[in-house]
Structure formats: C-alpha cells, structure tokens
Design a protein around this ligand. Sequence first.
Ligand SMILES: [Zn+2]
Length: 465
Amino acid sequence: MSPPLVVVFLSSWVSGASAADLLLVGGRVWTGGTSVEYADIWLEGGQIRAVGLPGSLTPPASRVRVDVTGATVVPGLVDAHVHLSMNPGAAWREDSAEDRAALLDHHLRALLASGVTTVLDPAVTVSALAEMRPRIAAGPSPRYLHLGPPFSPPGGYVATAVPGFPTVADHAGVRDQVWQVAAMGGVGVKVTVEDGMYRPVWPLFSPERLREIRDAAALAGLPVYAHAMSPREQALAIEVLGASVLVHPLDRPDSEAVERVRAAGAWQMTTLSPHYALASAWGRLGVPPLDDPWYQERVPELERTTARDPRVQADFRTGLVSLLLPRFPGIPAIAASALPGRMIVRALHRQEAALRQLAAAGVPLVMGSDSGNWPMITSLFHGTSSIDELERLVHAGLDPITVLRAATVTPGEMLGLPIGKIEAGYRADLVVVDGDPTQGISALRRLRLVVREGVARAPSAWLSE
Ligand SMILES: [Zn+2]
C-alpha cells in the first residue's frame, strides 16, 4: 500500500528553510552511469536514502511527494574551478565592501540557480576567505571547497597577473604556505607552473622547490593541483611536482603529453570558457547574450554594465597583450588588430583537440569553468559560465554523458566526497530538468528544481531567497 499522493505544485515549491524529507516520483533518473531509467528517489536528512523502481519505495506517509513527471533528475553539478573571491570585471570598477558582499550573495544564488551545488575555488587568500566565510555559511550557497592561496614564485605568473596573492620564495615559505592551506581547511594545494602563454615571460619554480612543495603537501595529506599547460610545464608538474590534477588543458595536442597524463592517473580539468571570454574582446566566438533572461537573472547588473562598456573592452585588449607580450614593440597596434583574436581561437581549438585525445585515452575529465578569473575579464560570470562550459565541451566534440560525468561523478571521485551520483548514502544534491540532458546538454537550461542537501527550490526561488 503506497502512501497518499501529496502533489506539490512545482511553482509553489518555494517555502520552508530546512531540508524536507522528499520522495521524487514519476521522473527519469540519470544516476551517473550510462543510461536514463524511470526511478523514484527518497531523500532524508540531506542524504539520498534510497533509489528504486517506480512505486517500489514506501517511506512513511509523512514524506512530501514531489511529482517530477516529464523531467530527468541528475546529480547536482560540481564546478571544480570557480574563483569565488574574484568578481567579473572588478578590475574596471571600485567595488566597495558592500558591493562585494552583495555580489557574493548574488553569485552564490546564481550558482545554485544554474544547478551548481558544489564549487572548488582554486585560489583564495586568507583575508578573502575570512570575508566570504560568514556569508557562505549563512547561505544559501553551494558547498564551498578551496585550495587556499596558490603557490607561485616571486615575479611569476600569479604575482604579475593577479596581484594580491602571496609568493613563495624559499623552503621556509613552502612549509609555511602548506600549513597555511591546511589551517584554512583547503582540500589540496595549487601550484602554478606557467612561464608564459604565447612566449616565456615568467620565472618557474626550480625543480628543487617543486620537490619541496610535493613533499610538504604529501606530509599534510593534500593532493597537488597544477596550473601547467605546455608539454614541458606538464612534465615538470607531473614528474617533479607529483601533481594529481591539471587545472587547465594541455595547450596543444601531443600524443606523448597525453600519454604522460594518462600514465600518471591524473585528473584533467576542462576550462575552455576563459578562451571564449578572451576571444570575445576581439569579437570572436560571440559574447554571452546578456539580454537573455537566463543571463539577466543570474548576472548582477553591475557586472553586466562593465561587460557592455566598449571602453573597457578596448582597455582589456591592450592590457591582455601587454601582459602576455611585455616589452614587445607596437602593443597598441597589435591589440587593435585581429591577430590576438585569431591566436586565441587557434589556442582554443588546440585545447579542444587535447581534451578529445585525453578523453579517448581514458583520462578522467573534470568540468571547471574558471568563472571569476581574472578580474580584468568581464564575462566569466559565476553560475552561467558553468552551463556555458558544459555546452562548449559538447561543441568541442565530447559526448553528453562524458560531459555530464565531468560535472558530477568524476569530480566527486576526485574530491573523495559522496557527491555527484544518485545513490543511497550520497548527499541529496540533485537537479531536476525538463527534457534529457544525456541527449541534449542544453536541457540543463530548463531547470525545474535544484536540490541542495535536501532543500528543493525552483531557480527563481533560489535567486530571490
Ligand atoms: Zn583559474
């Protein structure tokens, strides 16, 4: 005998602050495997209690039944590369502390309203974390994980491109920063192995320093995440630094480099979106349609205004070229030409090819949008970039199930957390979408409900909470 059906009208499913015990019935479910099946899902105490054939689960009658007929339920999305302490376009504004607080609150809600229930922030300072922590704790917020401040040598890529982060100069600095990351609750350390995107312009850590970081991180039980994109940088990152995660794709398809990643058992983040954002400043690859309601609701007005400002885009073009080609003659002329746009698009196509080769070789891909990076970029918006990234991965030639796994099962395994699958014992993080994202990834833009630790809301309700 099944309990009486309490039909909850989805549009009104917005009240109640705590996790209800829910029974989702009538929908199809992609648990994280290879196919979509009709199934019911029982959520209890913020966890998935059981998944079963339709009508097979008989929880106590007091459970609230939610009819999700016509929808597909998938695990809540994980974006493993979100710079939550950085606000798109902030370099062009003077955001007050109140602005920053309001933007953070908006970003947290925009992520949830985009189906993202967990984020990994690969670069946050002690002071930025202290500023953000109370607001994240107050919620609503996706689950927030971070890697603390990145490890970068003096005068290196981070120090030059994103001032405000510490640098590591010697062995004592290595030890101090590893313990700092551990004390901040970081889930790994991030190390930059970056000597320049188009030509070598920045110093790298010495192999000795890389080994010191590897050993100190191992002692603290922290996995190493590496920013390393060329085959030479990746060889250092994998063979000397012992990195287990590469936070950006290889910037050229190279079978030896692909084999190195595969043989090391490393995880590969995707991050195609930054190249879209860079190219858009030269009118290539399109810009996010800011008037589309999906973007209008999720992107704060302040950031939309910056992204629309043609003077900002002109200054950005010059700023980017002078960063990547310092002391190069004729920077304004290069910035004003079509050349940088063409180079960025070619780099994107090389990264797409590399991701296809890595996927074919069986390297686990992890979705990362790189939203918020870096404050000079105006269009890497929090929340919307995660869905853009998934569509870009399908556009790059990956099949939708591989792409969905990159945003669910695979990051769950990488982080060692019970997230990213619809299975008993996993956290009750779910996304309920109209249509079937395993067939067409853009179904993720038709969200009925986003469930975070058992709290179910329509996207509009998350945004207005
Ligand atoms: Zn990044």
